[in-house]
Design a binder for this molecule. Structure first.
Ligand SMILES: [Zn+2]
Ligand SMILES: [Zn+2]
Length: 327
């Protein structure tokens, strides 16, 4: 099979021919139909996340067709379409797993980081981390639901019930969250890189009430804000934009250092928190909700061999919606 492989952080991915993997007990072998490109893939490729394995195949928004079932797998059938996200393995036994917080599992493994991911013709995945996908989405359209959608949805839950919601960074995750939030009757305020008219126009098209630069302030204080852009300076900016008791959620896995800020902007019971990974419950809830909204994903399709080009465009902020690789 063809696979795009990361040999060392900072290096471009290299196209390799590899043996097609075999499913171990409890795993599914998937023929990859599409795999979206997430900012986390960029953090892995650039070495912002500590490298933990040589020669990893990135990609954790996998849409695949089941080619073979490993020993002991039930509840799936050959030919079925499933999705795999970032959470690739949990132990099921640690205190976090027992509390239903398997997103925080001490022994968790992540797709495209510790486990080979979907920038390849085939992938194996733990069947407990594979989810049937809603019909009505093409393979490429379904792929961004699996991280941008899932992490976005978990971030939205953590942001509470407030009506006035700010989204900082209007990329793949925000373009999905904006639609869910509008469906829930919220007013969405989109903050982009200052001067990024195209992203602001895109946000308005998706139903955002207001779109502007991250250096601007909306007319009303926000009830909550979610930061998807990996820029630490957005944390004090978002704290200044939320009302007393408001919530600021950091939705990304990596962020540049947060500059020091006066306590007064956190005072007034404002809450600052991060969101890590996702639970199976998040996946099941969101994949049922998406077709009801209905969430429409905007994708730019690239051939698997052009993964480096897709990553470069994401790094430069030149994508509208999500990049998706098709083998
Ligand atoms: Zn665990
Ligand atoms: Zn991701």
């Amino acid at each position: 099979m063809r696979a795009m492989v990361l040999s060392a952080p900072g290096q471009p991915l290299a196209l390799e021919n590899r043996e097609t993997p075999r499913p171990a007990p409890g795993q599914l072998l998937l023929r990859v139909k599409a795999c979206a490109v997430c900012r986390t893939d960029l953090h892995v490729a650039d070495g912002d996340l500590k490298p933990c394995r040589d020669k990893i195949v990135p990609g954790h928004e996998i849409v695949g067709e089941i080619e073979a079932l490993g020993e002991g797998v039930s509840g799936f059938e050959q030919g079925q379409r499933v999705g795999v996200g970032w959470l690739g393995f949990t132990c099921g036994e640690c205190a976090f797993c027992r509390r239903g917080e398997e997103n925080l599992c001490d022994l968790a493994k992540f797709t495209g980081y510790q486990l080979d991911g979907g920038f390849a013709g085939y992938a194996v995945a733990d069947a407990r981390c594979c989810f049937p996908l809603p019909e009505g989405y093409s393979d490429a359209e379904a792929a961004p639901l699996l991280c941008a959608g899932l992490i976005g949805y978990r971030s939205l839950k953590m942001a509470g019930q407030g009506r006035a919601l700010g989204l900082y960074g209007f990329g793949a995750a925000a373009h999905i969250v904006a639609q869910v939030a509008a469906y829930e009757g919220r007013n969405v305020y989109a903050f982009t890189r200052p001067g990024d008219e195209a992203a602001q126009q895109f946000a308005r098209l998706l139903g955002c009430r207001w779109a502007g630069g991250s250096d601007e302030k909306p007319e009303t204080p926000l009830d909550a804000a979610i930061i998807f852009a990996p820029a630490g300076e957005l944390v004090p900016a978002a704290l200044r934009a939320v009302r007393k008791g408001g919530i600021v959620v950091c939705g990304g896995i990596h962020m540049s250092d947060i500059p020091s800020f006066p306590y007064s902007i956190l005072w007034g019971e404002r809450v600052l928190r991060s969101v890590a990974n996702l639970t199976r419950r998040d996946a099941i809830e969101f994949l049922a909700l998406a077709p009801k909204v209905p969430v429409k994903t905007t994708v730019q399709i690239f051939d698997l061999g052009d993964a480096n080009e897709a990553l470069s465009r994401l790094r430069r902020g030149e994508l509208t919606g999500a990049a998706v690789l098709v083998p």
